[in-house]
Design a protein around this ligand. Structure first.
Ligand code: RRO
Length: 292
């Protein structure tokens, strides 16, 4: 592991975090990923009310990635008990929050006084009823960011690629006091089973993650690096050290990895071996170099 570096106000042990998702549901799975080499971990998003999520099938491997319509399943405030032991160890755990209003984001943030940082999920493709459009409205993005920033902790804002101009949204988060922008969440997508003559997901449509979305994520990070002055954290389809370097050249100060973990539980250690050997990458020189 490289020495601790602060990115977006959070001390990380390397440049790769576990992205928010199903593996962030329990303290056991989060601490396992830290033991397996993640430099930090993000929880599954926690909302203001408990939710069971969509009926299945809700997570399906497709060519180039994973299609999901989990439907924001979460235990809400009960998660405080689940995560408390990990927070007590000062582990680099970022609490992902979703809500439909600034007040709902603030309500959830208030349950985690020991969290080192928050990631605001303004980008879930299944957020109907919680305001699917909140991540597309610059004013709401700014207000949600301000509401959580009031707790005085680092706030990362995770954006959707499903908008016309992601730079405008990134700037709104920055104006609200965000410490970093994370891009991207999943891309709205759908597959149909020709044999069954119906959509493969119980919810019909979902969010696509994995290698198929990597170029979309690179473009989003490139645009955000141009538009914002705060760090950008790249997320979407990263599975190799070369992907991490490419993200950094686009402007990412760190990256998040999700889908690749399902294929290779040792992906963090494997990438670190390539990325940091033999002398360690000069990340400072790489970030944004494709803009020169
Ligand atoms: O739970 C989900 O359906 C979900 C969430 Br909260 C998210 O942010 N992104 C996604 O693809 N699925």
């Amino acid at each position: 592991q490289t020495p601790t570096e602060k990115i977006g106000g959070v001390p990380l042990t390397n440049h790769m975090l576990l992205a928010a998702g199903v593996l962030g549901t329990t303290a056991a799975s989060l601490s396992r990923m830290l033991r397996l080499g993640a430099g930090g971990v993000i929880t599954k998003s926690i909302g203001p009310e408990p939710k069971d999520g969509h009926h299945g099938p809700s997570l399906i491997p497709v060519s180039g990635g994973i299609l999901n319509a989990m439907g924001l399943p979460n235990p809400s405030q009960e998660f405080t008990g689940e995560i408390a032991p990990l927070l007590a160890e000062n582990a680099p755990v970022v609490i992902s929050i979703f809500g439909g209003t600034p007040a709902e984001f603030a309500k959830v943030a208030g349950w985690f006084p020991d969290a080192p940082a928050f990631e605001l999920n303004l980008s879930c493709p299944h957020a109907e009823g919680y305001g699917a459009a909140i991540g597309a409205n610059p004013r709401v993005v700014r207000e949600c960011t301000e509401a959580v920033k009031a707790f005085g902790k680092p706030v990362w804002v995770k954006l959707t690629p499903n908008v016309a101009d992601i730079g405008v949204i990134g700037r709104a988060a920055e104006e609200g006091g965000a410490d970093a922008i994370v891009a991207i969440n999943t891309v709205k997508a759908m597959r149909i089973s020709t044999g069954m003559r119906r959509p493969v997901l119980g919810n019909k449509f979902g969010g696509l993650s994995g290698t198929a979305v990597f170029p979309i994520a690179v473009r989003a990070v490139y645009d955000l690096y141009e538009a914002c002055t705060i760090p950008v954290i790249g997320c979407g389809g990263i599975s190799t050290a070369d992907n991490v370097l490419e993200m950094m050249m686009a402007g990412a100060a760190a990256v998040e990895i999700g889908s690749a973990v399902y294929d290779n539980i040792n992906v963090f250690a494997d990438i670190a071996e390539d990325l940091y050997a033999p002398n360690g990458i000069p990340a400072g020189e790489l970030v944004g170099c494709a803009h020169d």
